[in-house]
Design a protein around this ligand. Structure first.
Ligand SMILES: [Zn+2]
Length: 629
C-alpha cells in the first residue's frame, strides 16, 4: 500500500472517527481496516472500541481530540458512537424533540425516557471529554459574577458561573456540548472560560438560590382555584392515559408528578415546590384524611367524578412523610369499567381448556393464583369470578379492597380502621351459606387454614398468594405448618403469573436475538427457526417506549393424583415440578414466555429479565403443541 489518502473513501462511521482522521490521530487505512473488523464481529462493540482494541487509538488520543474539538460534536451522535445510547433511542428522542411544544433539550429527553441515566450521562461527558464535574451544592456563590446577566439568561442556557481562577471564569453547564449555551456564556465571561459539567437539577437550584439571595423571589402563589384545577387535570390525564398510579413527590427544589404506565414510571409534569402544601391539603380534604396531620403517614380514599370522561374514578391514596414533605401516591382502582372475560386473560388455548375443566368447573377445593405484586393476579381472579357468577351460585368475598363491583356477588371490603379485619370477616363468611368464597389474599397461617377448612367442608375457594412460581406456593403452605395431606387433598390448582409488556403493534419490527440471548434462552438460532421475534422501534402511539399494554404469562399446575401424592410424601420442589411437567401438562412461566416471545407478542429482553428460568425449556414445537398455540 503506497498510501494515497486522496483515494480513501469518505470515512463511514460517525463524527468522532471523522474528527480523528482529520486530526491525524488515525489514518484512513486504519479506519478502513477497523471498519471491516467491526462489520465482521457483529457484536455490540462500537467502531471506537475496535480502534482501541487494534491499538490504533489510545484513550488519551481520543480524550484529547474530543476535548479540543468538543464543541463541534452533537451530544446524541456522540453517545451513539461511543456505544452509550442505542441508535433507535436517538431516533425516538429526536422525534420526541420535534413534537414537544416547548423547546426540550435532547439530554432531558434521554433521561426522561430512561434511554440513559443522568448520572451516567454526566459521567460520560466528564470522563470522555475531560470536563470536571461541578459540585454546585457545596459551593458558595459569587454574587458579583451572577450579576453579569439576568437570571433568565442562565435558565435559557442552563449554565451558571462558578468562580474566577487566575483570570479564567469557571462555568458549569448542563450540556457543555450545547453550542448556543457555550456562545452565550462566552459573550458573558470571555472566550477562554473553563467549562465544567453539572446536573440540570443542581444548575436550576443554583439559579433559584441566587435569585432568592438577590431578593427577587419569583415564587408563584397559587390560589385555591388553581390547585383544584391542577388536581382535576392530573386525575383526568391519568384516566385518559390509562395510568395505574399517580405519584406526587416533593423533591428539594420542585414538586414532581409521575404516572405509572404498564408497570413503568414516567415523568408527567413538574410544579414549583411552593404549591406542595396546598396540593396535599386539598387532596386530604377529598380523601377524607386528617388535614391537620402533616407529620405522620396516612391513607384515604377518593371518589372523583370525572366530567371529561363521564364516570366516577375510585382511588386509594397514601400520604407518606419524606424529608422534603408529603409524598402522595394515588392508585386508580377502577380504571377499567368492565371485568376481563376468563378467555381474555391471556392463557394459551389448551392451557385455558385445562384450567376451565380441571379447576374452574370443579365444585370444591382451593384455587390459588400466585405471583409478585403487580403481576395481574387480581384481573385473573375477577375473570374467574365473572365465569363462576350465576343465579344458582352464592358467592361471598373478603377483599382488600374491592376493586371491581360485580353484580350479584356479596363483596366485602376489608377496613381495618374500623376493626373490620380479615379475621373478623372470615369468621362470618362461612355463616353466609356460600358456595364459592373469594379470599383476597393468603397472608398468614390463619387465612391459609380458613381457606383449607372451607374447602374441606365442600366450598370452592379462590385466593391469591405471593410466591415466585406454582411449586413455591405449595412449599410456602408447607412452611406455614399446614399438614401435607391437607394441602394435597384440598388444593385443586395453582396458577403462577407475571405481566410482561406487549410489543407495540404500530412500530414493531423483526428482531434477531443476539448470540448471548440465544444462549440465555437455552436454544440455538436453528432450534428457534421460524420464530417471529419482534421489538418496538418506538412511535407516538407507545410514547416511544416500543411497548403498548401488557399481557400475562402463566404457569398452570393442576393437582392430579401423581402430584398430590408427591406433595403428601413431602417430595422436593424439583421432583414435584418434574411430575407436573411429565404428567399434568404443566408449562413453566419461562416456557410460556418463550412461546409468546417467539410469536412476537412480548420481547426477548423482558422474558429473560422477568421470568424465572429453572429448567432448560423444552423445544418450541413441543411447547406449542402442549399449549395449542
Ligand atoms: Zn410504538
Amino acid at each position: 500500500m503506497n498510501g494515497t489518502p486522496k483515494a480513501a473513501p469518505p470515512a463511514a462511521g460517525g463524527e468522532i472517527v471523522t474528527l480523528l482522521v482529520q486530526e491525524g490521530i488515525i489514518s484512513p487505512e486504519q479506519l478502513r481496516y477497523a471498519q471491516r473488523v467491526h462489520d465482521k464481529v457483529q457484536s455490540s462493540k462500537t467502531l471506537i472500541d475496535v480502534l482501541q482494541e487494534l491499538e490504533y487509538l489510545t484513550r488519551e488520543g481520543l480524550t484529547n481530540t474530543l476535548r479540543k474539538k468538543s464543541v463541534n460534536i452533537r451530544i446524541g451522535d456522540f453517545l451513539v458512537e461511543l456505544g452509550y445510547l442505542r441508535k433507535s433511542d436517538l431516533v425516538a428522542a429526536l422525534a420526541l424533540q420535534k413534537e414537544s411544544t416547548e423547546r426540550k433539550m435532547l439530554g432531558d429527553i434521554f433521561i426522561e425516557n430512561g434511554f440513559i441515566e443522568e448520572r451516567r450521562l454526566t459521567e460520560v461527558l466528564s470522563f470522555q471529554l475531560g470536563f470536571p464535574v461541578a459540585e454546585l451544592e457545596f459551593r458558595k456563590q459569587d454574587r458579583k459574577l451572577f450579576a453579569k446577566a439576568p437570571f433568565q439568561a442562565y435558565r435559557d442556557g442552563l449554565f451558571v458561573p462558578m468562580e474566577i481562577v487566575e483570570g479564567v471564569t469557571m462555568v458549569a453547564f448542563v450540556n457543555p456540548l450545547d453550542q448556543a449555551a457555550r456562545q452565550a456564556a462566552e459573550r458573558l465571561f470571555g472566550a477562554d472560560l473553563q467549562p465544567a459539567i453539572a446536573s440540570k437539577k443542581s444548575v436550576l437550584s443554583a439559579i433559584v438560590s441566587a435569585e432568592n439571595s438577590a431578593g427577587s423571589s419569583t415564587a408563584v402563589a397559587a390560589d385555591e382555584g388553581t390547585v383544584v384545577g391542577i388536581i382535576n387535570k392530573l386525575f383526568d390525564d391519568a384516566i385518559s392515559q390509562g395510568a395505574s398510579d399517580i405519584h406526587i413527590e416533593p423533591l428539594k427544589d420542585r414538586l414532581r408528578v409521575r404516572f405509572r404506565h404498564d408497570g413503568v414510571m414516567m415523568l408527567h409534569q413538574e410544579f414549583p415546590i411552593d404549591i406542595a402544601p396546598q396540593l396535599s391539603s386539598r387532596i386530604k380534604v377529598i380523601a377524607q384524611a386528617d388535614i391537620a396531620e402533616k407529620r405522620r403517614h396516612q391513607d384515604g380514599r377518593i371518589l372523583f367524578e370525572s366530567r371529561a370522561h363521564g364516570f366516577n374514578l375510585d382511588m386509594r391514596v397514601s400520604f407518606f412523610i419524606t424529608i422534603f414533605g408529603e409524598k402522595i401516591v394515588l392508585r386508580l382502582l377502577n380504571k377499567k369499567t368492565t371485568i376481563p372475560d376468563v378467555s381474555q386473560i391471556g392463557m394459551a388455548p389448551r392451557m385455558l381448556d385445562q384450567f376451565v375443566s380441571d379447576a374452574l368447573d370443579t365444585p370444591s377445593g382451593v384455587m390459588i393464583i400466585t405471583g409478585p405484586t403487580g403481576s395481574g393476579k387480581t384481573s385473573t381472579l375477577y375473570g374467574c369470578l365473572g365465569y363462576l357468577n350465576n343465579i344458582n351460585t352464592c358467592i361471598v368475598t373478603a377483599e382488600d379492597p374491592v376493586e371491581f363491583v360485580i353484580e350479584g356477588v356479596a363483596q366485602c371490603s376489608i377496613n381495618t380502621k374500623i376493626g373490620l379485619t380479615f379475621e373478623e370477616t372470615l369468621r362470618h363468611i362461612v355463616r353466609q351459606d356460600p358456595d364459592i368464597i373469594i379470599l383476597g389474599e393468603i397472608r398468614d397461617t390463619f387465612t391459609a387454614e380458613t381457606a383449607i377448612e372451607a374447602a374441606l367442608t365442600g366450598h370452592k375457594v379462590l385466593t391469591t398468594f405471593h410466591t415466585e412460581d406454582s411449586i413455591g406456593a405449595l412449599l410456602r403452605l408447607r412452611n406455614m405448618q399446614i399438614e401435607p395431606f391437607l394441602i394435597s387433598s384440598t388444593i385443586t390448582c395453582v396458577v403462577a403469573q407475571r405481566l410482561l409488556r406487549r410489543v407495540c403493534n404500530d412500530c414493531a419490527q423483526t428482531y434477531v436475538p443476539t448470540p448471548s440471548e440465544y444462549g440465555k434462552l437455552g436454544f440455538s438460532a436453528k432450534d428457534l427457526a421460524g420464530s417471529q421475534f419482534r421489538e418496538g422501534r418506538g412511535c407516538k402511539q407507545c410514547r416511544f417506549t416500543g411497548y403498548r399494554g401488557r399481557t400475562a404469562i402463566f404457569e398452570l399446575l393442576v393437582m392430579n393424583e401423581a402430584v398430590k401424592e408427591a406433595v403428601m410424601l413431602n417430595k422436593s420442589a424439583s421432583e414435584i415440578r418434574k411430575l407436573g411437567i411429565d404428567t399434568a401438562s404443566m408449562v413453566t412461566l419461562f416456557e410460556d414466555g418463550l412461546v409468546k416471545a417467539a410469536s412476537g407478542l412480548v420481547s426477548v429482553q423482558e422474558v429473560l429479565r422477568d421470568l424465572p428460568r429453572i429448567n432448560l425449556p423444552r423445544p418450541l414445537t413441543e411447547l406449542k403443541r402442549i399449549l395449542g398455540s
